[in-house]
Design a protein around this ligand. Structure first.
Ligand code: SAM
Length: 264
């Protein structure tokens, strides 16, 4: 069976999965023994791995608050991950009640949890779809239920693009999504890098998981921002993106983050 031109999803609990490893690193309970072992192996390889996951999530929250304060009222969160409090719609609605959020992920377990927990929240959609099929995301009925592509959208690609290999041409997926957005829309992006530290041990752990990890250099990550104008402070380590407190910027970060705006 195929969905949007891709093989139909299979729930694989025998191998670690990025969403569940991340949930484990953030202190969540929606993971299995294989994910816990993979998370422990990541921490053994790089002791700051847990702090890096928290720094990434904190960046996401600051960036969402920023785009909503700037006036955006609808969000597509691709690679949304397992529900984690505060969820994106909760962060957004603390600034502006009624912000619409479409959560998209290609992991059926993520979607099952998200559906159960989030879809009763009004103007929240949950869609099983794949970043490698951007048109399938834009056309997905559960995305269309909450997102009006005639108005500005914040597109979240937070800690997901590094799960696409170079051969999968992630830049083409980002460009297709960008082209579906009107001027004034925003891209919130974070991405793992090996600019700060060698990632080969982490890559070896993810090689045993359902999705391998492809860290990229700052230069490669900047190419995803093509067609967008970077907001200050630009593409920086996630903990340095508008930190809430000066000491927060010193949190170790395993990736870069940026918020950018599609110009007219
Ligand atoms: C590390 S989690 C990130 C969660 C959340 N975005 C955050 O940063 O807090 C990565 C998520 O991306 C999802 N993912 C990986 N490859 C994907 C793809 N090709 N299409 C959609 N989602 C994908 C995984 O299932 C997982 O839930």
């Amino acid at each position: 069976m195929r969905q949007h031109g891709l093989p139909a999803p299979v729930i694989d609990t025998g191998r670690p999965h990025s969403a569940r490893i991340y949930d484990y690193l953030l202190g969540g309970k929606d993971n299995y023994r294989v994910d816990e072992r993979a998370g422990d192996a990541l921490v053994a390889a790089a002791s700051q791995e847990r702090a890096g996951a928290r720094a990434n999530r904190a960046f996401l929250e600051r960036a969402v608050r920023h785009v909503v304060a700037a006036g955006v009222r609808q969000i597509i969160d691709i690679g949304a991950g397992l529900p984690h409090h505060p969820n994106v719609h909760e962060v957004a609605r603390a600034t502006a009640p009624g912000v619409g959020v479409a959560y998209v992920d290609n992991d059926p377990i993520v979607i099952a949890h998200a559906d159960a927990l989030l879809s009763g929240s009004g103007r929240v959609g949950v869609a099983l779809a794949d970043l490698r099929d951007p048109h399938g995301i834009v056309e997905h009925p559960r995305v269309r239920d909450v997102i009006d592509f005639g108005r500005p959208v914040a597109l979240l690609l937070v800690s997901v693009l590094h799960f696409l290999s170079r051969a999968e041409r992630p830049e083409q997926a980002v460009a297709a999504l960008r082209d579906a957005l009107v001027a004034g829309s925003c891209l919130v992006l974070s991405h793992a890098t090996d600019d700060f530290a060698d990632c080969s041990a982490a890559q070896a752990v993810y090689a045993t998981a359902t999705t391998p990890l492809t860290p990229r250099s700052r230069h490669e990550i900047a190419e995803f921002l093509d067609g967008f104008e970077l907001l200050e402070p630009g593409l920086v380590p996630v903990s340095s993106w508008r930190p809430d407190a000066p000491y927060a910027a010193r949190t170790p970060a395993g990736g870069y983050g940026a918020v950018a705006r599609k110009a007219g």
